[in-house]
Design a protein around this ligand. Sequence first.
Ligand code: PNS
Length: 173
Amino acid sequence: MRRAIYPGSFDPLTNGHLDIIQRAARLVDELVVAVVQNPAKNALFTLLERQEILQECVADLGNVRVGSFAGLLVDYVRAQQAQIIVKGLRAVSDFEFEFQMALLNRNLAPEVDTLFLMTADRHAFLSSSSVKEIASLGGSVSDLVPSYVEGRLREKFGLLPVPARGQRVERDS
Ligand code: PNS
C-alpha cells in the first residue's frame, strides 16, 4: 500500500492545492491531505473548518482522505504508515525553503521521501494569503478557489452570496 501525506495549512484550500491533490492521488494508493494544527499561526478558518472545506472539495476523489496533525510532520507520516510527503512547488522562490524542509525531514526520518509536484502554470501565482486579501476586500476569487470555498470566504467576511445565474439581485433604493 503506497500512502502519501500532503501537509499544509490550507487556510483556505485553493485551486492550486486541488490540482496537486488530484495529480498526487493518481500516483499513490492513498493520499492523506493533512491540515496542520498550529496555534502560533493566526488562521482565518479554524482547524475544523479547514478540514470540513477539504472534505467537501475532495469528496469525489475515492482514494483521498482528510486528516490533521500537530507536532512533527514525520511523526504523523510514521503514525499513518506512509512513505511519502507530497509538496507542491510553484516557483523557484518556493524551492529553497522546501529543499531545506525536505532535507530536515529526511534527517529525522530517512525512510520517508519528499515528492515535489510542479503546480500547473495557471496556478503559479496563487496563494491562500492573496486569496484571503482579495476576498476580504470584496474582489472575486472565483477563478482561484472552488466555488464552495468562495462561498465560505464570503460568509467569513460577511459578504452577500454570489447570486446564482439568472437570479435577480434586489437592491435597496
Ligand atoms: O501550507 P504551509 O503553511 O506552507 O505548510 C507548512 C507545513 C505544515 C508543511 C510545515 O509547517 C510543517 O511541516 N509543519 C510541521 C512541523 C515540522 O515537522 N517541522 C519540521 C520540518 S522542517
